[in-house]
Design a protein around this ligand. Structure first.
Ligand SMILES: C[S@@+](CC[C@H](N)C(=O)[O-])C[C@H]1O[C@@H](n2cnc3c(N)ncnc32)[C@H](O)[C@@H]1O
Length: 333
């Protein structure tokens, strides 16, 4: 095949995979095939899918190495690649990333290349990505499930790398459903934690903390980090918060943090530090486009972190690698 066509086939196929797989996940098709090889009649049974259309999708996914059709038995098998589409984590990831309402916004991604201070949601809906999410409860839930997945991905390494030293009261600002605070509370049973979140996320965090039996040790406080950070804490965690926003808004958040800390207290920023020589570079650039399109956010280099920190009354103390993330330790001056 000519190179130009080969590249196009690959890219178009990926696009179609992104549109088809979530439907098969929702209809339980993937789980069925992964559970044990099945005929297409067995696969379609109990779904609302059309049999012959489903067959075409299965053949397309077979050509893309997710399934294998065994002609002698009429059975569909899942390949190793097919197995990656099964299970709760796969469901969380695929149903969030390829939700058709989200894709409806993403179709305009190219438009963003014409400016640096626009994001998809602002451009189309006139509000930030988080504001749009807050108005659609099932999408907010899908998003928080995705964030909980990301937290789980490297929580052991992050918790290991976070040294809370003599800090006794720690607040996880924008702490989502509470995953990090819960894991840290288990590591440090003598310390008190709080999750600071917007009103709509508070019940999710409270439920989660209750499920882990940690209500005495971890509280949930409602509010906006653009307005203020609650006082009375000697360490502030910001996980996947700074990368969500453009520089001037990160400075507002960090200055609000600085306002409630004493000199010498710390902020721990958990985000990736972009480095072109790092093996995580490809993911960092993908994530960069993602946060740019959602909230005009940015993945930052070490120098860019230094700049926003010094503008906000902090100095960078250390950077520790924590698998998918880095922990950027900053000290209030
Ligand atoms: C990318 S998520 C990170 C969540 C969590 N820290 C984690 O790593 O899983 C960003 C979080 O910031 C919260 N957030 C957005 N705007 C906020 C605001 N103005 N004040 C407080 N939290 C906010 C969102 O609700 C969301 O949970």
């Amino acid at each position: 095949m000519e190179a130009v066509v080969e590249t196009l086939v690959e890219v178009r196929s990926n696009l179609i995979i992104a549109l088809i797989v979530p439907v098969l996940i929702k209809e339980g098709v993937i789980e069925k095939i992964v559970e044990s090889p099945k005929t297409s009649a067995q696969i379609v049974e109990g779904t609302t899918l059309n049999h012959s259309s489903l067959l075409r999708a299965l053949h397309f996914l077979e050509a893309n190495s997710f399934f294998r059709f065994e002609e002698s038995t009429n059975l569909w098998h899942a390949t190793e690649r097919g197995h990656t589409l099964a299970g709760e984590d796969a469901k969380t990831l695929w149903l969030w990333h390829f939700d058709t309402r989200k894709l409806g916004f993403m179709i305009n991604l190219g438009e963003l290349l014409y400016s640096e201070d626009q994001n998809l949601f602002q451009k189309i809906a006139g509000k930030s990505g988080f504001e749009v999410l807050n108005e659609i409860p099932d999408m907010l839930e899908k998003f928080q499930a995705y964030m909980t997945f990301l937290t789980k991905l490297n929580s052991d390494v992050v918790c290991q790398a976070i040294d809370l030293k003599d800090n006794m009261k720690i607040v996880d600002v924008g702490g989502g459903a509470g995953g990090l605070a819960i894991d840290l509370a288990k590591k440090y049973p003598e310390k008190k934690f709080a999750v600071y979140e917007i009103e709509s996320v508070v019940p999710m965090a409270r439920n989660n903390i209750e499920k882990h039996g940690l209500t005495e040790q971890v509280e949930v406080l409602p509010g906006s980090f653009f307005e203020a950070i609650p006082a009375g804490f000697d360490c502030i965690l910001l996980k996947h918060i700074i990368h969500d926003w453009p520089a001037h808004r990160t400075i507002t958040i960090l200055k609000n943090c600085r306002n409630v800390l004493n000199p010498g207290n710390r902020v721990l920023i958990i985000d990736i530090v972009v480095d072109r020589t790092d093996k995580r570079y490809k993911r960092a650039t993908l994530q960069d486009i993602y946060v740019f399109s959602d909230n005009t956010g940015k993945e930052r280099t070490l120098n860019e972190f230094k700049e926003i920190l010094s503008e906000s009354g902090f100095r960078l103390e250390s950077v520790t690698n924590a698998k998918e993330d880095d922990i950027i330790e900053a000290i209030a001056i």
